[in-house]
Ligand binder design. Structure first.
Ligand SMILES: [Zn+2]
Length: 199
């Protein structure tokens, strides 16, 4: 990179900060950006800035949104008695695609992972508890991934919500061990939600 002009070097360095982008990929992306028309480069830069300016967390479900509350929480057609807890915003997209769920969501932005120093406080589970207490939620479907951490999180949430008058369930039917909702096909998600078991 020493032979690169400063501006190109700077771009490669910035791209290398992105997850999963090593030196080779950063080079490829940078040379691609050098070649694209100025308008395309401006659109990319504007999209990055717009996300930084506009995107925030929904005050109810913690999903990423441009408006607060998010469109799902604001939708009067949603069943307010059902709440689906997921690890990441991408899981909401995957479950929405399956069409099997018409309630609302709560996004944890992670799971309880003691080895990585992530405890219940980092997941703002108190917000989940408050939401269930405050609203007339009858069932919480804990759709954390089927990994060791995801299962531990589900058990923790079930314990947390035990004192409240709410049914806590977990999608299970047909899901492979270690499964990640984000990468599951819609039919499998639909089956797993319809065949959920009580925790
Ligand atoms: Zn929301």
């Amino acid at each position: 990179m020493q032979s690169y002009p400063d501006s190109l070097k700077k771009l490669v360095e910035q791209l290398m900060k992105l997850p999963g982008v090593g030196r080779k990929t950063a080079d490829r992306l940078a040379f691609h950006l050098v070649r694209v028309p100025r308008r395309e480069a401006e659109s990319l830069a504007a999209a990055v800035l717009e996300v930084k300016d506009r995107l925030s967390l929904c005050s109810s479900c913690q999903n990423l949104t441009d408006t607060d509350p998010c469109p799902i929480c604001a939708d009067p057609g949603r069943d307010r008695r059902l709440l689906c807890v997921v690890e990441m915003p991408a899981d909401v997209t995957a479950i929405e695609k399956s069409g099997a769920f018409n309630g609302r969501y709560f996004v944890l932005h992670g799971c309880v992972a003691p080895l990585q120093g992530l405890g219940p406080d980092d997941l703002r589970l108190d917000r989940l508890q408050n939401l269930v207490e405050r609203e007339e939620i009858q069932e919480v479907i804990v759709s954390t991934n089927l990994t060791v951490e995801g299962n531990a999180t589900a058990v923790f949430i079930a314990e947390l919500l035990k004192p409240l008058d709410v049914r806590v369930s977990r999608p299970a039917c047909g899901l492979p061990v270690g499964a990640d909702f984000e990468y599951m096909d819609p039919v499998t998600i639909e089956k797993s939600i319809l065949g959920r078991c009580r925790l």
